[in-house]
Design a protein around this ligand. Structure first.
Ligand code: NAD
Length: 363
């Protein structure tokens, strides 16, 4: 029997619908070439959700996400919704999806495609062949810890507080994700903390070390976050998988991703619950929305991650990544990655090029 998967597609705002349209072309090619049945359900989210149902994450959208095998998200947000109440801003939909789907692990690969080695701000020899996976804890740590807030003291001065909290089970489950991911890669995990200063990350280091006992085939090292920030620029190729807390991961994954050139190239996966979510790391880019110049490759590569992590069809991921490499090798470039001699194409044409080539290569 053909394998069947339900995918909830949330285009969102700005360039979201444009890049999602191209990613859906890729889903259709894989469906027909591999005899799968992919049931796509589209729903509004972010500003589009607010306009359609008065909430960035309408109830029906959340239900559609919860009942799917995987969620594909474009991007949310835009200047037209910046003045509405904070609780109804488009970006709140992301937090709602993460917490309701139990997505505690965010996987952000920073992989350089050979034809783009000169698009990085670092020297080509430093980044050529770079392939790092940052595993960021997504639902705990200082972004969620209580107490939090700003209070006025009796003397009239104000005090701001945020709290870094991790429990043993929270650390253990993210460490397991990192070791499992490393098992499918080069089998090296670097756990990043600030154990010399923060007790909470001292516990992090202890629990990661204990959890590692079940993963003897994986090599584990530890690094302080300040050193990691420096090593990512000095010699980024020393890393395979980096696992770290919510805030450190937020910062380090942005740093790692920019080693590869453009924000328009980078996919992500958020895992943890029954349903995982896949999205490009970029936002809704209102400055270029509707102009057919957005780079759809981050979203297309997010579809690639979906086949690997949700559907266990890793060969589709491998072929898709090779196709993207080939298309870039043939010189096709959207505006954000255009360099001398490149053949400029728009968002839809880039999607078409990848779809045509995938159709040829996906045996
Ligand atoms: P952004 O990522 O949307 O854009 C930053 C810059 O990168 C812009 O110049 C944009 O044109 C460019 N860019 C982004 N994606 C691109 C692509 N695929 N191809 C070519 N160029 C691309 O970040 P921003 O401008 O800070 O935020 C814009 C809106 O997006 C805000 O409302 C913000 O809250 C929202 N946002 C949403 C998400 C998300 O949905 N996950 C993430 C970040 C920001």
């Amino acid at each position: 029997m053909n394998q069947e998967f339900n995918i909830t597609v949330l285009p969102g705002d700005g360039i979201g619908p444009e890049v999602i349209r191209e990613a859906v072309k890729i889903l259709k090619i894989v469906e027909s070439k591999k005899n799968l049945k992919l049931n796509l359900t589209e729903a509004p989210v972010g500003g589009a959700g607010y306009e359609a149902a008065g909430h960035p994450l309408p109830e029906d959208t959340l239900k559609a996400a919860q009942s799917a095998d995987a969620v594909l998200l474009g991007a949310v947000g835009g200047p037209q919704w910046e003045k509405i109440d904070f609780s109804l801003r488009p970006e709140r939909a992301l937090l709602g999806l993460r917490s309701n789907l139990g997505l505690f692990a965010n996987l952000r690969p920073a992989k350089i495609f050979a034809p783009l080695a000169d698009a990085s701000t670092l020297k080509p020899e430093v980044v050529e062949g770079l392939d790092i996976m940052v595993v960021r804890e997504l639902t705990g740590g200082i972004y969620f810890g209580e107490p939090r807030g700003v209070e006025t003291l009796p003397d009239g001065t104000r005090k701001g507080v945020n709290t870094l909290v991790y429990t043993e089970p929270e650390i253990e489950r993210i460490a397991k994700v990192a070791f499992d991911v490393a098992g499918k890669r080069d089998k090296n995990v670097c756990s990043v903390d600030k154990a010399n200063v923060l007790e909470c990350t001292g516990l992090w280091r202890e629990v990661v070390t204990q959890t590692h006992e079940e993963y003897k085939d994986i090599t584990l090292s530890h690094m302080y976050v300040d050193n990691c920030a420096m090593q990512l620029v000095r010699n980024p190729k020393q890393f395979d998988v980096i696992v770290t807390t919510n805030m450190f991961g937020d910062i380090l994954s942005d740093q790692a991703s920019m080693l590869t050139g453009s924000i328009g190239m980078l996919p992500s996966a958020s895992l943890g619950g029954k349903t995982a979510m896949y999205e490009p790391i970029h936002g809704s880019a209102p400055d270029i929305a509707g102009k057919d110049i957005a780079n759809p490759l981050a979203t297309i590569l997010s579809v690639g991650m979906m086949f690997k992590y949700s559907f266990n069809l890793e060969y589709v991921t491998t072929v898709l990544e090779k196709v993207v490499d080939d298309i870039l090798g043939q010189g096709y470039r959207t505006k954000d990655i255009l360099s001398d001699g490149g053949k400029e194409v728009g968002c839809a044409a880039m999607g078409d090029r990848v779809a045509e080539e995938l159709e040829k290569q996906l045996g």
